[in-house]
Design a protein around this ligand. Structure first.
Ligand code: SF4
Length: 581
């Protein structure tokens, strides 16, 4: 049977979004890889524009016209999960559409903005889990001769969970499709990372997935599907095939790994057993995202360490009780601190925060702290919580969230003509804070100042490039003293601590009374060095971000908000923009 060629595109992030603490990692988006791995009978390849060394256009961007000349495709699939890369997605999709290629997109952003996507170069939106329907979609579009079937949209009407403009130009939504069950998830083919071609660098980290969705309903989060998970063997397969390719660093991308504690313990234990049996050439390390309440479960923490989890990413969001309540986080600051300190004993912690969470006319919970007082709270919290690395964002009103709805209702969203989707990465204030009496420029600047302070120290530290020089020197000269103190401390605590949990015993057996404290002391030193290294890198990244921001005209947009006079209304401007659209 003649085959068609189908391309998948993971669109490039804007330059400012590449200046993030994790931007040095080379990692891809697993969603599109998973979806395209389900397609049979055709030639499939994926381009990740964020790690690409193929032909480029005069602006240095991947040249899809050249790609199409070299390898003509009938369908182009796009990853539309990240709002920040949506402008690039639409621009590439339009190029393919003009060439007669059928363009398809899925992911949280396009799902929540179907009309925008369908009028911006996308022919078909796939809502929900695309893996389930990808093959039927391909079969509905590509005929037995390998060409696009004329009037194929009629065939699509049979597939639930799709949006498109019908053959007569009418908007069609084919109806809700239920999310995939655990059995269906387990029945999927494993994702094949090698579908991604023309990569510039080897991946530094491989994304793996076990569960999808989340049962918590945080107001600002676009993840709304309930939690489900595939069979443990499906996760092990992903790890095994990556190890076969020589990869040893993983990111478990589940929105909230360890959502169900008991089954998660089982999964991490199985992963630990598998790795011990498989004996990879290098040590496997895993980073994952969990909710802070999981710190209460010692067995789970032990199992995570046993599996090779070294770093956890935690969405603390705020060290202010009223804000935590407003976000539906279901936790208090006191608990956050206790749990964070406990997590820090087991893992490196990457903490994610939102600064100045907005309140509304009808908000039940409002903090009356000033911006300066809030800043102080954050700084204290970073210390108390023993958090290794941080990211502080402005609240991002993502499409499909309650937060966006509320801001929209009060006419506070900055029009997309000024704060386009590319600004939705947390580095830019995308809503009007003046109704709360907050200067938007101060609110914009504070998160970056908090990160600067954490990574580079005070004003003197910034001038001297504190993170890079003073800390390196202090760590080097202080090494013998620090190591000896840590050794003695661990020696005595090891003597007194006799009982260990099942996993703890396997991760760090009591062993030799001299060797074990030595190992622990070395670990503490390693943490210091890691922190120093992160400070140096993060300090540099922040510097770059600030220089990009200064060159943009964004502060003048915020200044305009600040100086609002009678007669200027954000609501009116927004309406004008919507009318233009
Ligand atoms: S922020 Fe995290 S915990 Fe909250 S709904 Fe989203 S994925 Fe779940």
């Amino acid at each position: 049977m003649p085959q068609a060629t189908i391309i998948g595109v993971i669109p490039q992030y804007p330059i400012h979004s590449k200046q993030q603490v994790f931007s040095k990692e080379t990692i891809t988006s697993l969603g599109l890889v998973y979806v395209m791995s389900q397609i049979e009978g055709h030639n499939i390849y994926i381009i990740d524009e964020n790690n690409y060394n193929g032909p480029v256009d005069p602006e240095g961007l991947p040249d899809h016209l050249e790609l199409q000349k070299a390898r003509p495709v009938k369908m182009a699939l796009f990853y539309g999960g990240m709002s920040i890369s949506v402008p690039r997605l639409y621009s590439v999709a339009q190029q393919y559409q003009q060439l007669g290629v059928v363009t398809i997109a899925g992911g949280k952003h396009v799902e929540n903005m179907p009309m925008e996507a369908l009028t911006s170069g996308i022919d078909i939106i796939v809502h929900g889990d695309g893996e389930k329907v990808m093959q039927p979609i391909v079969d509905a579009i590509i005929g037995k001769d390998g060409n696009i079937i004329e009037g194929y949209k009629r065939n699509l009407e049979q597939i639930l969970g799709l949006s498109f403009f019908g053959n007569n130009g009418e908007y069609v939504f084919t109806g809700e499709r239920s999310p995939m069950t655990a059995e269906e998830l387990s029945g999927l083919k494993d994702p094949n990372i090698e579908l991604i071609e023309s990569i510039e660098k080897r991946w530094s980290t491989i994304p793996i997935s076990w569960g999808v969705g989340c049962n918590h309903g945080c107001e600002f989060c676009a993840v709304k599907d309930k939690y489900r998970k595939r069979g443990i063997e499906k996760l092990l397969n992903q790890v095994e095939s990556a190890i076969d390719l020589g990869y040893y660093r993983f990111f478990l991308v589940d929105d909230h790994a360890a959502q169900e504690s008991d089954s998660s313990i089982e999964m991490f234990a199985a992963l630990g057993d598998f790795l011990r049996e498989r004996k990879p050439k290098k040590r496997v390390t895993i980073t994952t995202q969990i909710r802070i309440d999981k710190a209460d479960n010692d067995e789970l923490l032990g199992a995570m360490r046993y599996a090779g989890v070294t770093t956890v990413c935690v969405g603390y969001e705020s060290p202010i009780d009223e804000e935590l309540k407003a976000m539906n986080k279901g936790v208090t600051v006191k608990k956050l601190v206790e749990r964070s300190r406990k997590l820090a004993k087991n893992f490196y912690i990457h903490g994610m925060f939102i600064f100045g969470y907005p309140t509304f006319k009808d908000s039940k919970y409002k903090s009356d702290l000033t911006l300066e007082e809030k800043t102080k709270r954050y700084r204290q919290f970073f210390r108390k919580g023993r958090i290794d690395t941080i990211q502080v964002f402005n609240a991002v009103p993502l499409a499909g969230t309650e937060l966006r709805e509320k801001l929209d209702r009060e006419g506070r969203l900055i029009p997309l003509s000024q704060a386009g989707w590319d600004k939705y990465d947390g580095g830019f204030l995308c809503y009007d804070s003046t109704p709360e009496g907050i200067d938007p420029r101060r609110l914009q600047d504070t998160p970056i100042e908090l990160m600067e302070r954490k990574y580079m120290g005070n004003a003197l530290g910034k001038v001297l490039n504190y993170g890079r020089w003073i800390n390196w020197t202090a760590n080097t000269l202080g090494f013998p003293l620090r190591f000896s103190t840590s050794y003695v401390k661990n020696f005595f605590s090891n003597l007194t601590k006799k009982e260990k949990s099942f996993f703890e015993e396997r991760v760090s057996p009591l062993g030799n009374i001299f060797y074990t404290p030595l190992k622990k002391a070395w670990k503490a030193i390693k943490r210091d060095w890691r922190t120093t290294f992160c400070n140096a890198v993060a300090g540099k990244i922040i510097g770059k971000w600030k220089s990009i921001y200064r060159k943009s005209n964004y502060s003048s947009i915020l200044e305009k908000l600040r100086q609002r006079t009678k007669g200027y209304s954000l609501k009116t401007e927004r309406k004008q923009y919507d009318a233009l659209e």
